[in-house]
Design a protein around this ligand. Sequence first.
Ligand code: MN
Length: 266
Amino acid sequence: MPDQVGHDSLIFSGTTALAGMTAFSLNELMTQYLFNPPAVPSLPIRGQAERFPINRIFCVGRNYHAHAVEMGRPVDKSVEQAFYFTKSPQTLVESGVDHVAVVAYPPRTSNYHFEMELVLAIGKAGFRVSEANAHELVYGYAAGLDMTRRDLQLVARDKGRPWDTGKDIEQGSVCSEIVPMPGVVIERGAIALEVNGATQQSSDVNKLIWNIREIIADLSTYYHLQPGDLIYTGTPEGVGAVVTGDKISGRVEGVAEVALMIGAAE
Ligand code: MN
């Protein structure tokens, strides 16, 4: 009786969660799904056994002047607002110094780009948060790669279409462990990336056009920010393409490192 097997395994996983003192309502325990729901995407937390469950992934567009210029769209902060796009939590890939992620070269692109970014992890809910209070939402930070099908993104941009196929890429949101820094607003720190040992990106997060407080305050005017939300804060200049066999390593000083190997296309 295959359906009975599925039912048993669902109840078993719920019981295991209860035994682990994880919050798990009776409703959730008793809900019967047609098939087992996908696992909650999550990342390890430095120094803790618990994992950080991911709610949403937000990304800030054009947040370093030199990158905005290399993309042919300079930013005038006096007249422009920050803009955002999202990537599915299911695109997340865990990475670190001792954990080189290997991902297949994705389909439908011939210009697959890296973007090294400081990632902000939200730990408390907030809506219309002031810049002065923005730090209260910070759980910690990570180092991440906002991998991008640049060819598709630029076609979409120039035709006024959504960026989804250019940005929301399976295995395209690479992230290190979350480093707990509750209430801390990072204002500076080297951010760098190498491909096969050669430096491609080298900047400082003090060059963010919209800083951590401004990002939290502004994004919280569009969304009710929730614990588990990640915000990729944007990439500095030097973005470029990788091919099968390339090894990417990147870091944000004082936070964490990522390492990614590009595998063969499927
Ligand atoms: Mn990006």
